[in-house]
Design a protein around this ligand. Structure first.
Ligand code: GRF
Length: 195
């Protein structure tokens, strides 16, 4: 069987994107293997999803460390101990230090719930409605020190309907994410395997 890229998924919560990638990774020709699921919260439901799938998990609580970079260095140690080649942020609610982002440059991706470069940061669905946008969606991008600003890998779009609320949009965008992210991870993993 072809070699698969050793991939870590970083989560903080529900982990529905993690689940979508777990499901996609069942295919024998999927180029990434989920070698580690790392959470900064011990009660993240994504950890249950990972354990149900028989995946290796680790919790590193940011509360146990005095500053961002010390926490990030612990994550880096765990990732290296597991020979990780690609890091996938999937609802990981911590801002990473420049040190971590630079160390993992070219091997670190994120999904953001807006059509970047529009609506970087939080509350993207309400902000899209308030701005009178017709289209909205999600973006997978490389992570660079500047928040939500790295090169775009892929996007998925929907039309905002007049009846949409932030809540309905959040559900609709999540459904797009669950299709986009497993594909984008496969594309990136296939590319990195060739290098
Ligand atoms: C998603 O909306 C993603 O775009 C954002 O965080 C959310 C994670 O959702 N970065 P889940 O934990 O994968 O369900």
């Amino acid at each position: 069987m072809a070699r698969k890229l050793r991939t870590a998924i970083l989560i903080s919560g529900n982990g529905s994107n993690l689940q979508a990638i777990i499901d996609a990774a069942q295919a024998s020709d999927y180029p990434a293997a989920i070698s580690l699921v790392l959470s900064n919260k011990e009660d993240a439901f994504g950890l249950t999803r990972a354990k149900n799938a028989g995946l290796e998990t680790i919790t590193i609580s940011h509360r146990d460390y005095p500053d961002r970079e010390t926490f990030d260095r612990m994550m880096d140690t765990a990732l290296r101990a597991n020979n990780i080649e690609l890091v996938v942020m999937a609802g990981f609610m911590r801002i990473l230090s420049d040190w971590f982002v630079t160390t993992w440059a070219g091997k670190l991706i994120n999904i953001h719930p807006s059509l970047l470069p529009k609506f970087k940061g939080m509350h993207t669905h309400q902000r899209a409605i308030d701005a009178g946008e017709r289209e909205h969606g999600c973006t997978v991008h490389w992570v660079i020190p500047e928040l939500d600003s790295g090169e775009i890998i892929g996007q998925a779009k929907l039309e905002i309907s007049p009846t949409d609320t932030a809540e309905t949009l959040s559900h609709r965008v999540h459904a797009l994410e669950h299709v986009l992210y497993p594909r984008a991870v496969a594309e990136v993993a296939a590319r990195l395997l060739k290098n």
